[in-house]
Design a protein around this ligand. Structure first.
Ligand code: CAA
Length: 381
């Protein structure tokens, strides 16, 4: 059988960051609650001329610069933070990247799980025609109401991946475990810019889904836990991966420890939650910070509130050996926000009926220029 999986992977984030120490000063909370209790140091925050399209296009541009566009006939855009009830955000990216007309574009939604659904759909497309490559973009802005418990777990980022035959980075293995359940743990109604969340329920729903998906993987000829070398979890905040690892160990009656989780948390601690991109930021973080993973098996747990989850596995390929940390420079380059500037940007709303030109702030290759005649306008800088 042809090996299919992640051939290349690139991350992008926003112009701004908010240091969680600054947020703690405002909320009057001990900063260690955020740094140790949640395992988060910073959160990315978009400038007025950035959104899921500009982040997604930025990540994909770097990917296509390295790999070319040959064989790319599908662009799947996964997001929780959709911009339009009808038009896929990927259509804007298609134009910004100058992709040919002969590309199918669609948006995939199921909270933070959408990126994994897109990868599995892409694997199917490549299996049918191994000369095709699929561009998968997972891009999100995680936003909760000001002064809510979810506020320190906001963030923003995009992961662009090229799914191809004979992949250079990670071969996705055929067996996977699934678990879906209709649960009101986290959702965002069509007329709301912030998510509604029941924090306690979301944690227990995540952990129940983890063991449910694991059991399904085991029932579908998945590997034994001892044959998985690194576990990478969806990280709404990095402490959640430690809770997950402890629960899985308890479920299986083995001590999994949590040292192996450190490399996969390096980017996410600073990015914050990036919903669909969060698991793949964790994968990038592991590949970029561990040098001896070639031939080793990764176990990936993808959770999307609401809820749909999947436990999949992948084997690291030789191309991963040449990866280095390219993303810390982008995280370092972000411009810190004061608490007042952050709260001002958070409260900003852009009704679609009002024409608006956004201020020029971002230094990324693409910017959201504003709204004209109810349509969003983008430009290359
Ligand atoms: N020093 C060190 N640790 C401290 C501390 C201090 N001074 N003060 C508190 N802590 C610890 C607490 O003991 C707790 O640790 P444990 O979780 O190990 O018990 C941790 O900090 C958090 O404290 P609280 O539980 O009191 O925090 P909270 O109730 O204010 O909020 C939250 C936590 C519910 C996760 C909230 O941030 C939230 O609602 N976040 C959004 C929802 C979310 O991320 N859910 C995760 C699963 S759902 C999912 O994965 C999908 C998705 O992406 C949204």
């Amino acid at each position: 059988m042809t090996a299919i999986g992640i051939h290349d992977l690139e991350l992008a984030t926003t112009h701004h960051l908010l240091d969680l120490g600054v947020l703690a000063e405002r909320t009057g909370v001990d900063p260690d609650k955020y740094r140790l209790g949640l395992g988060q140091d910073e959160m990315s925050f978009p400038a007025p001329d950035e959104d899921i399209v500009t982040m997604g296009a930025t990540a994909a541009l770097a990917l296509l610069d390295r790999n070319g566009m040959e064989g790319v006939r599908t662009l799947l855009f996964a997001t929780e933070s959709g911009l339009d009830h009808s038009k896929a955000a990927g259509v804007f990216v298609h134009k910004l990247l100058g992709l040919p007309a002969q590309v199918r574009v669609a948006e995939i939604k199921q909270a933070c799980y959408g990126g994994t659904a897109a990868i599995q759909a892409a694997v199917g497309i490549v299996q049918r025609n191994p000369r095709e490559r699929v561009l998968v973009i997972a891009s999100d802005i995680a936003r909760y109401t000001l002064d809510s418990p979810g506020e320190p777990t906001q963030g923003a980022g995009a992961a662009a991946m090229l799914i191809a035959a004979d992949p250079a980075l990670v071969e996705i293995e055929p067996a996977s475990g699934l678990f879906s359940d209709d649960v009101d743990d986290f959702w965002r109604p069509n007329d709301s810019t912030t998510a509604i969340v029941d924090g306690r329920l979301s944690i227990s729903a995540y952990l129940d889904a983890l063991t449910g998906a694991w059991d399904d993987l085991a029932g579908h000829d998945g590997p034994a836990i001892g044959d998985i070398d690194r576990l990478v979890y969806h990280q709404p905040y990095t402490k959640m991966a430690r809770k997950a690892q402890a629960r899985l160990g308890e479920h299986l009656g083995v001590d999994l420890g949590d040292d192996g989780l450190v490399p996969g948390a390096i980017y996410n601690r600073r990015l914050g939650n990036a919903y669909t991109a969060s698991l793949y930021a964790g994968v990038a973080s592991v590949l970029d910070h561990e040098s001896d993973l070639v031939g080793k098996r990764l176990g990936l747990f993808s959770y999307g509130s609401g809820s749909v989850s999947e436990f999949l596995t992948g084997v690291v390929q030789p191309g991963a050996a040449s990866r280095t940390d390219r993303f810390t420079a982008a995280l370092d380059a972000r411009v810190p926000l004061t608490i007042d500037a952050y709260r001002g940007l958070h409260a900003r709303e852009l009704p679609s009926a009002q024409d608006v030109e956004t201020p020029r702030v971002t230094e990324a290759p693409f910017r959201f220029a504003g709204i004209q005649g109810s349509a969003r306008r983008y430009e290359r800088r």
